[in-house]
Ligand binder design. Structure first.
Ligand code: PMP
Length: 378
């Protein structure tokens, strides 16, 4: 049986992108590769609207580390808005760097009210505010635009956004939203295998990098990578050639689809999936108004436990389990990147079959019906 891997990253990699991974690896000084790398850098800058982008071998956690290490120094006050496990990871990382960390968090599934952030900002001069756009542990989406507007009034405070579970799936416009650092990775809404850390930086963030002087990080130092990002024929660390080709292919699809259309697609389908899941008796952890379009965290109904995931796998779909307080209480379904309607219909139908096998009352086709009604009549 072919398995559909619907965890929140790595997401399914389509054949044209996969083919890039299979190509014979070129020398990183190969003029054709240099041109391809250049194209990737300029696409990323043009599409998301920022002065600089760093594309290096690593995962999302390296992106988080790069964002913090290059903009903040020991004892700097930072405000971390946390909507779950990855917000907490950001707080832990900041603590480790010796920053003065204030954390604003709330019950899992809810979003921290912007007024609370405003209150914090009026009481202290933070050097940066960080937020996880979509926290994968809760499926909660932060109100990025409102936060950006708020931070507009605090010119000395950098706005750092973790987009690992959102970038290329949820609207993120760096200049327009006043984002200073957007950090992400290749394995989620880009639909590229894991292995690339991607970090955009605004002029303000780059100025901050200059201001803080030498940092103890070596591989994560913006200053080491800047010459390469401006001229990929230069060398600092070996670029992951095939992954860069894969990202180039992904960006070609993004340009063809259009970034705004891609965000819209995620929004319409995400909502339809969530309505379908609710319609068949599963509650979504994230509250209405703060639900991501890239992921759904669905709570098991009364009488169903994590055996659900084992049975669903037998029905051909792999989803992730809950984290932290929701371990064994929910499943996490990723629906971001390059996934088509046929696959989503299959997923919902497999969920119905799984619930049936677990003796849960099921009206076959109801979820699929709600899903299609929402997509086709939207
Ligand atoms: N931030 C968020 C929101 C994430 O979802 C993840 C990964 N699930 C990370 C950071 C860490 O990324 P990685 O696992 O690629 O290091």
């Amino acid at each position: 049986n072919r398995e559909l891997v619907m965890i929140p990253g790595p997401t399914p990699v389509t054949e044209p992108i996969r083919n890039e991974m299979e190509r014979e690896t070129a020398a990183f000084k190969d003029p054709n590769f240099i041109e391809d790398f250049q194209q990737v850098i300029s696409d990323l800058k043009n599409l998301w609207g920022s002065s600089e982008v760093f594309v290096v071998a690593g995962s999302g956690t390296l992106s988080m580390e790069m964002a913090i290490s290059n903009t903040l120094k020991k004892s700097d006050p930072v405000l971390v808005i946390s909507h779950g496990f990855f917000g907490d990871r950001m707080a832990e990382l900041c603590e480790r760097k010796g920053l003065e960390v204030d954390v604003l968090s709330c019950e899992w599934g809810k979003a921290v009210p912007v007024e609370e952030v405003e209150k914090k900002l009026s009481n202290k001069n933070y050097r940066a505010v960080t937020v996880t756009h979509v926290d994968t542990s809760t499926g909660t989406k932060a109100p990025l635009e409102e936060l950006g507007k708020l931070l507009d009034k605090h010119q000395d405070t950098l706005f750092i956004v973790d987009g690992v579970c959102s970038t290329a799936g949820e609207p993120e416009f760096i200049n327009e939203m006043g984002i200073d650092i957007l950090l992400t990775a290749s394995q989620k809404a880009f639909g590229v295998p894991p292995g690339l850390a991607i970090v955009w930086a605004s002029d303000k963030a780059l100025k901050r990098r200059e201001k803080i002087g030498e940092i103890s990080e070596y591989y994560a130092d913006f200053n080491k990578w800047l010459p390469i990002m401006n001229d990929p024929s230069k060398y600092f660390g070996t670029p992951p050639v095939n992954l860069i080709w894969a990202l180039k292919k992904s960006l070609e699809f993004i340009k063809t689809e259009g970034l705004k259309e891609r965000f819209k697609r995620h929004q319409v389908r995400g909502k339809a999936i969530q309505k379908a899941l609710e319609g068949i008796g599963l509650n979504i952890l994230a509250e209405e108004g703060a639900r991501a379009s890239t992921i759904s965290n669905a709570l098991y109904p009364e009488g169903i436990d994590d055996t659900f995931r084992k049975v669903l796998k037998e029905e051909g779909v792999v989803v992730a389990g809950g984290l932290g307080p929701y371990a064994d209480k929910l499943f996490r379904l990723g629906h971001m990147g390059n996934i088509d309607i046929n696959e989503l219909v299959t997923v919902i139908s497999s969920i119905e079959r799984t619930l049936f096998r677990l003796d849960y009352p099921v009206e076959f086709g109801k979820g699929v019906n709600i899903f299609l009604d929402n997509i086709m009549r939207n």
